[in-house]
Design a protein around this ligand. Sequence first.
Ligand SMILES: *[C@@H]1O[C@H](CO)[C@@H](O)[C@H](O)[C@H]1NC(C)=O
Ligand SMILES: *[C@@H]1O[C@H](CO)[C@@H](O)[C@H](O)[C@H]1NC(C)=O
Length: 266
Amino acid sequence: MALRARTPHLLAALAGAVALLLPGAVEARVLLSLDDFGAVGDGIANDTQAFVDAWKAACATGGTTYLNVPAGKSYQIWPVTLAGPCRGEIKLMISGNIIAPEEPEDWSDGDQGRWLHFWGVGDLSLSGGGIVDGRGQQWWAGSCEDENCTSYRPYEVAPMALHFEDCRDVSVKGITVQNSQRQHLVFTRCHDVEAYYLRVTSPEYSHGTVGVLVVSSTDVHIKHDLFSVGWRLRVDRGQLLGYPAESHLVRTWPRHQHWRFGRETK
Ligand SMILES: *[C@@H]1O[C@H](CO)[C@@H](O)[C@H](O)[C@H]1NC(C)=O
Ligand SMILES: *[C@@H]1O[C@H](CO)[C@@H](O)[C@H](O)[C@H]1NC(C)=O
């Protein structure tokens, strides 16, 4: 693959970034789009570098930065870590699709266990009505859980689709997270989390998929979501405050059970 000219994209994007100063407001708002950074969004191209560049630009901007993943497009993203701390608040608006590469071979040794990894970020929100699709079919086919597993890739190393680690003030609302290779959403050592109005789904044969895994985190609020995943929801060494929540519907394959966590608060 030819070397891509990244810097011109970055400069063009920053020059083109729309800075709005709301009347009476002190805080600037900046609007960025993945496309400003050279992303193609055809579901085939490798848009990873554009995503990384866009993240870096958003992270370096103070105030509130909206980073848009445009609707009607599919951005194929290889495993990435999007790290903080950032100067301001980032609102990642996922209106289109973010898709994973389909082949497990696309994960190198250093990438094991991660796909979209947010690390050390505060004041981050994901919303926008779009889809994050792990396209985990080949991972599920290669998985097995029994003691004599001879799979070339034991299920433990399959990636977490959205992993938030050492984050605070995270909000994930109104998006679909589907077909994760393993866990759809993971919060590790996170504080003040809201995961509302999510659709988290993978098919019946997606053995081992997990809806949400919460590890060593506090103030995690998970409400009004629809889970329909291969295996289960898990909380390990986590503390969920305000949980269970009202109208929280969980369906796990294969028994098509409808679980409602704890008491209802209608
Ligand atoms: C896609 O781009 C990322 C970032 O530049 C790179 O790490 C990865 O190896 C690329 N994948 C392929 C298959 O070229
Ligand atoms: C695993 O292999 C051992 C030894 O061959 C056998 O006794 C055992 O039943 C196997 N376990 C499963 C789950 O197949």
